[in-house]
Design a protein around this ligand. Structure first.
Ligand code: HEM
Length: 246
């Protein structure tokens, strides 16, 4: 006689096809996983933006120092690594982080839209979270487009200004002495500051580091980080336009 389970058509465990599960993909498939990926890749990108701004302060030391710095970035790691070896390792990490950051943001947005529940959640907290998410989305898109323009301008030399490979000082001055371009850099960096402020504030929450006593410091950290980046980066086009850097 068949047992009750088999009689009802349920296969015994041994015969069931079990699809191998890759835990990291399962994790990334969840909202918590996507938020964690956004936070970790956000930290990598924040690190880059800070180091890049600090490096660009060489502009204030003149052409020789700035151009030396550009060259030095290509030589770090030699002779253990070939020339630009370490630079390409860092670039790869940045490209992967940037792509994952955008993918996680886009899929999280879709997930939220598909989730019926959100439609029925009311209240101020929901509205505030929704407003912040929308702000992050459009500021993120504009900053992404700015990075593309910036690479064309100062890395690939396709921005329409005089460009000499290996001469970042002259390239920055040639590009930013055009007032409309300097304006684009200023506006993009103000939006970047807004994006950084919200991002640096929420990344702690995404990683589960949230506590009422700690939240005060979180806000200060986010504000200070965004302010340092914005002040540093906006100072460059202003310095070129006013002739402080020429
Ligand atoms: C006014 C502010 C900025 C100035 C003056 C500036 C300057 C430069 C220069 C001169 C280079 C070329 C370096 C070289 O080839 O040696 C460069 C590359 C780059 N910049 Fe900026 N930058 C600014 C803001 C930003 C911001 C806000 C971002 C990102 C949000 C950014 C992302 C990049 C990236 C990804 C590269 C390519 C790095 C590489 O491939 O090695 N920059 N920048």
């Amino acid at each position: 006689m068949l047992s009750g389970t088999r009689a009802r058509g349920v296969q015994p465990l041994r015969q069931r096809r079990v699809r191998p599960r890759i835990w990291i993909l399962d994790f990334y498939g969840s909202a918590v996983g996507k938020k964690a990926v956004m936070a970790v890749t956000g930290i990598v990108l924040l690190g880059f933006v800070l180091v890049h701004m600090l490096g660009n302060l060489h502009l204030y030391q003149g052409a020789e120092k700035m151009n030396w710095y550009g060259e030095y970035l290509r030589e770090i790691g030699e002779p253990v690594l070939p020339r630009t070896g370490l630079l390409w390792i860092v670039r790869s990490l940045l490209i992967v982080s940037f792509a994952l950051h955008i993918h996680a943001a886009a899929t999280l947005t879709l997930m939220n839209r598909q989730s019926r529940q959100t439609k029925y959640q009311g209240g101020r907290d929901y509205l505030a979270a929704n407003y912040a998410a929308r702000t992050m989305r459009w500021s993120g898109v504009i900053v992404g487009l700015f990075v593309l323009y910036h690479l064309m301008d100062l890395t690939w030399g396709m921005g329409g200004a005089d460009f000499t490979k290996g001469h970042p000082y002259e390239n920055v001055v040639a590009s930013l002495s055009r007032a409309p371009v300097a304006g684009v850099y200023i506006v993009a960096n103000l939006l970047l500051g807004m994006h950084i402020y919200h991002g640096a504030w929420s990344l702690f929450q995404s990683l589960g580091w949230s506590h009422p006593r700690f939240n005060h410091w979180r806000r200060w950290f986010a504000m200070a980080f965004a302010a340092v980046i914005v002040i540093g980066n906006v100072s460059f086009p202003i310095a070129v336009l006013t002739g402080i850097v020429e």
